[in-house]
Structures are given as C-alpha cells and as structure tokens.
Design a protein around this ligand. Structure first.
Ligand code: TF8
Length: 334
C-alpha cells in the first residue's frame, strides 16, 4: 500500500512537471468604487475589462461597479482597500497625496503638454516607479486610466488671464499642491471632496471648480456653472487600484488576468474619453455655458507664474521623482 502511494505520487509529480497546470480561477466578486457616474467613459472601460475577464476566467472574475461615490469618496474608498475590506477603486491620484507624497508629481501645474506625453510617462518606467510607491502603501495599481486635462468652470466671469481668478471661491482637490497653485493665482481656494462639489456650487458656497469637460458634463456641473475656461493646467490620471491584502490571496492566474484586462479596459477608456471630451464641451455650451480659451500670451503668463510651485514642492514629492519625470519628458520631447 505504501509503495503504491509513493508510486502514485511520483507519477503525479512527473505529470505536473510535464503538463501545463490548469489555469486556477476562483469565483471572485470584485467591487469597484467610482466617484464619477456610469455614463463617464470609465463605464466603457469597465465593460471592456469585464469582457476580457470573462474570456480569461470563464466568467469567474466578476466586477461590480459602484458609481457616484456610492461606496464613499476617492480617499475613503482607497483607505478601505488598504485595510482589505474592499477590492478596487478607480480614483484620481490627487486626493491620495497625503498618504503617498510621490503622487503629488501629477499635480505639478502644466507638467504635461498633451495626452501622448502623459501616456508615455504613465505607461513607461516612470509609471512603474510610482506603482512601487503605491505598493508600499498597500495598493496595487493595475493600470493608469485617464481622467484628463483639467479646466476651470465658475459662476462669476470668464477666466482670460490668471488675474481673473482673483477672489474667486474655488474648490480644489484635497492636497497642498493644488491648493497652493490656485492661491498663487489669486483664487480663494479651498480643498473639498468631489462628492460635495455639486451642492457647494449650487448653494454658492463656492463659485468655481476645475475638472475635465467630461466630468463637468457627466456630473452635471454645467447646471450650476456659467463659464468654462480652457486652462489645461493639469492632467490627472485615474489609477485602477486593487487592495494589496486581498490581491495577495488571489492566484497567479487571477492576478495576471486582472492586470492584462485592466490594460484592455484602459485602452478603451482612453479612446472613448478623448472623443467624449469634445462632445461634452459642445454639449455644455448648448446647455448655456460660455466657453473661452486663453491667448498664447496669457497661457504663457499663467505657466510662468506657476513655476514657483515646482520649487516649493520638490522636496515633499521627492527630488528623485521630480527629476525622473522631467528626464523622461525631456527624452520624449527630443
Ligand atoms: C476630482 C476628481 C474626481 C475623480 C472622481 C471622483 O475633482 O477629478 O472627479 O477623482 O473619481 O475630485
């Protein structure tokens, strides 16, 4: 009997080293928290990601998306990931700067000139460097999706030069770099979580906010704003974050499928959002928003005025991080 067992084990061992192991997938329900609404292009990205997961896992890995901050704001949801009580969140990097200072690099004003620069930086070595910092904080970044270039909306006047921001009560995301950038331009800036913005605009607790056109559209800010000015003052990525404590209990096959499918979703989301941006701008204008751009000279003055933020926050972000992004940008710009 003992011999038989040993022989069986030996055969099993030989077989397992010869045959590829069957892919290991368990039934997993993955809750994905979103601050934005379902008609935002992130919705398209998540549907594409799910199709990819269905194929790879035979329907075992299932995403359940929550919208409009139903599971809490970006910061709260991210904390839930770190403590292992929620699987995933699609969040802007900016509200997380307090826990991961290196993320502040993306808040440096006028860092990227266009989306292709942002893609190259996020999807390249620099993105990996930031992912390491996230992992140290208990967060696995599956991929960089797009929130996008940010523009100022308000209910007071068109912003045609930085001086027009003077005294405007403006909501900014919850970190010092954004706060200081707009204080430095003369605004009366105040940090606030995204979920509070609509009603604060509606009640005139604040006059202004800044977000990509798609968000101004899908979160209906146009209903409570009169002007949109194309400032393109920052590009914020969306991070597709996964809880590291939960991640560590998943099989290698599950992890690989999630990483690969998050990239499939990313490509769909980016392409949809880049088209939707112009459609959203047209739509909010039809809804009565007055739109303006800045002249090249005024744009250059705003950029120049904002350079002080780079020196002020270099140390907090990490000199190595700021140098690394600037080196990569120099390379890209040739
Ligand atoms: C902001 C961000 C948000 C997103 C969203 C809540 O202004 O741009 O729109 O992070 O997921 O707070």
């Amino acid at each position: 009997m003992k011999h038989l067992m040993l022989a069986t084990t030996a055969v099993a061992l030989t077989l397992s080293s010869v045959l590829p192991a069957a892919a290991e997938f368990n039934n997993r329900n993955i809750r994905v928290s979103n601050g934005i609404n379902e008609d935002h292009p992130v919705g398209d990205g998540i549907r594409a990601m799910q199709e990819c997961l269905d194929e790879k896992s035979g329907g075992k890995l299932e995403l359940t998306a929550f919208w409009g901050g139903a599971l809490g704001g970006d910061l709260q949801a991210t904390q839930a990931l770190r403590s292992g009580v929620q699987e995933a969140v699609v969040t802007s990097s900016s509200p997380l700067v307090g826990m991961i200072p290196a993320l502040g690099v993306f808040d440096l004003p006028f860092l990227f000139k266009d989306a292709s620069e942002a893609d190259a930086v996020m999807d390249g070595e620099f993105g990996d460097l930031i992912n390491e910092k996230l992992e140290e904080a208990g967060l696995i970044n599956l991929a960089y999706w797009e929130n996008g270039f940010r523009n100022v909306s308000n209910s007071v006047r068109p912003i045609t030069k930085w001086e027009d921001l003077d005294g405007i009560k403006m909501r900014v995301m919850q970190n010092n770099i954004f706060l200081d950038t707009f204080k430095n331009l003369g605004a009366n800036a105040t940090p606030m979580s995204f979920g509070e913005v609509f009603s604060a605009l509606e009640t005139h607790t604040i006059d202004a906010q800044e977000n990509p056109y798609v968000t101004i559209d899908t979160s209906k800010f146009y209903e409570v704003q009169d002007y949109v000015s194309e400032t393109n003052h920052a590009y914020t990525p969306f991070l597709f974050l996964f809880s590291k404590p939960i991640w560590d209990t998943y099989t290698e096959d599950e992890q690989a499928a999630l990483r690969e499918c998050a990239v499939v979703g990313r490509d769909v989301e980016r392409s949809v959002i880049r088209e939707a941006n112009q459609e959203s701008l047209a739509k909010i204008q039809e809804e009565g928003i007055e739109y303006n751009t800045l002249s090249d000279d005024e744009y250059a003055r705003m950029l120049e005025k904002s350079q002080i933020i780079y020196d002020k926050y270099r140390e907090q972000i990490g000199g190595d991080i700021v140098d690394a992004v600037q080196e990569q940008l120099t390379e890209i710009r040739g």
